[in-house]
Write a protein that binds this ligand. Structure first.
Ligand SMILES: Cc1ncc(COP(=O)(O)O)c(C=O)c1O
Length: 417
């Protein structure tokens, strides 16, 4: 029985895709120590440096002193510390939403909120590049879902149209495939005829800032298109929360739409956990039907304290957001001048798309030898042929660090060519 695991690991060794954990410790100034070696950290999602902010640490300690180290139970039992609902109200106000609900992690939120909120047989269009946790949420749901070309609203509309007319014979559905072909065909036909009725809920699922490409969805076009056609939206703001939008609370902050925006506290907000913003009705529905909330221990007080403090600080961090955006623009332009492909990046996440896995690994290794931690991201995490280095900048990085990085990339490029 163990053979299958040995074989799977052996395959990874042969394909040079074996993953392993490395021991890390933050070292200040946007640096990190990995296995005892100090590196500039271009691999963290701590976009504002808040994970090291004293105000977050102080509030965490305050909350631990007040509530203890654990919440002790799920929120529906006795884990719903009074701080939760105060923080949720603060969050909803900052986001301009009717209600907010805190969940244990972003992965859990995407998996279980989507599984609960997408009604049986609803039709769901998901951007081709959405995060793994969203795909797993779609798979868990009983919806009929398909993927549209990345950021291509024309493709999205055409695919919805085709499905409505019953022309599409191959819906990509999250439902487990039936063994029987005829059953499958019957189901497809049912979907097609159901689609002609107006009553079926239709959703668009996307990220606002894409985690691997650092480009942004066309938020105003999406909101307009969804409102015009009566679709609901699920927007993952994991990489936008703290970095962009009204109060720094993401691209949907202050915007009215039907559906759910989701975000995390573990990236720019410096701690851990996740939220969804939605209507009061949807919040109540999720409290009753979202397995990730019902069957999981509530976030611990230390984390709640850090979230509470981050929500006080983040709206005031326009200067850091401007620095981050300007540094990202500077780095991106310099890479493009050297001839590198940075894809559609317009944010703090900048890919250097090299294509081949060998090149991505080689540049990653060269940078690490010379003091920079920048992860190589390879298929299947990104589409085949688009292996890359993924730079994620933080407002705490200095221009000096960025220039050092650029001169290393330049020398690697020159040696290679
Ligand atoms: C777009 C996106 N959504 C969700 C998640 C999951 O969030 P968490 O790390 O809080 O589980 C991530 C994590 O990297 C992400 O990149």
């Amino acid at each position: 029985m163990l053979d299958q695991y040995v074989q799977a690991l052996q395959d990874r060794v042969e394909n040079q895709t074996l993953r392993s954990l490395r021991s890390c410790a933050p070292a200040g100034n946007g640096e990190i120590e990995i296995n005892g070696k100090r590196l500039v950290n271009f691999s963290s999602n701590d976009y504002l440096g808040l994970s090291q902010h004293p105000a977050l640490a102080e509030r965490s300690i305050e909350f631990v002193k007040k509530y203890g180290t654990g919440s002790g139970a799920s929120r529906l039992l006795s884990g719903n510390l009074d701080a939760f609902e105060k923080i949720e109200q603060k969050l909803a106000d900052l986001k301009g939403a009717e209600a907010a609900l805190i969940l244990p992690s972003g992965f859990q939120a995407n998996c279980t909120v989507l599984a609960a909120a997408l009604a049986k047989n609803s039709i769901v269009a998901a951007d081709r590049l959405v995060h793994r946790s969203i795909i797993e949420g779609l798979q868990l749901s009983s919806s009929n879902w398909f993927r549209y070309k990345h950021n291509d609203l024309e493709d999205l509309e055409q695919q919805f149209e085709r499905k409505s007319q019953g022309l599409d014979q191959k819906p990509e559905t999250g439902k487990p495939a039936s063994n029987s072909r005829s059953k499958k065909r019957r189901r497809i036909q049912n979907v097609s005829s159901d689609l002609s009725t107006e009553s079926i809920p239709k959703w668009i699922v996307t990220e606002s800032v894409f985690s691997m490409d650092g480009d942004a969805c066309k938020i105003d076009d999406l909101l307009f298109s969804a409102a015009k056609r009566g679709f609901a939206l699920f927007i993952d703001e994991a990489h936008a929360t703290g970095v962009t939008g009204e109060n720094g609370m993401g691209m949907t902050a202050g915007k009215e739409f039907s559906g759910i925006s989701m975000g995390t506290f573990g990236k720019a907000l410096g701690s851990f956990g996740a939220y969804v913003c939605c209507s009061k009705l949807m919040r109540e529905y999720l409290v009753n039907f979202c397995s990730g909330l019902i069957y999981s221990t509530a976030l611990p007080p230390a984390v709640l304290g850090a979230i509470d403090a981050a929500l006080d600080i983040v709206p005031e961090m326009d200067e850091e957001r401007l620095t981050l955006a300007a540094n990202a623009e500077y780095l991106r332009n310099a890479l493009k001048k050297m001839g590198f492909d940075t894809g559609g990046s317009t944010t703090q996440i900048i890919p250097i798309i090299l294509g081949s896995e060998e090149s991505a690994l080689a540049l990653c290794g060269y940078l690490e030898e010379n003091g920079f931690c920048v992860p190589a991201i390879r298929p299947p995490t990104v589409p085949a042929g688009s292996a890359r280095l993924r730079i994620s900048l933080s407002a705490v990085h200095s221009l000096e660090q960025i220039d050092q990085f650029l001169s290393l990339v330049r020398s690697w490029h020159e040696k290679k060519n």
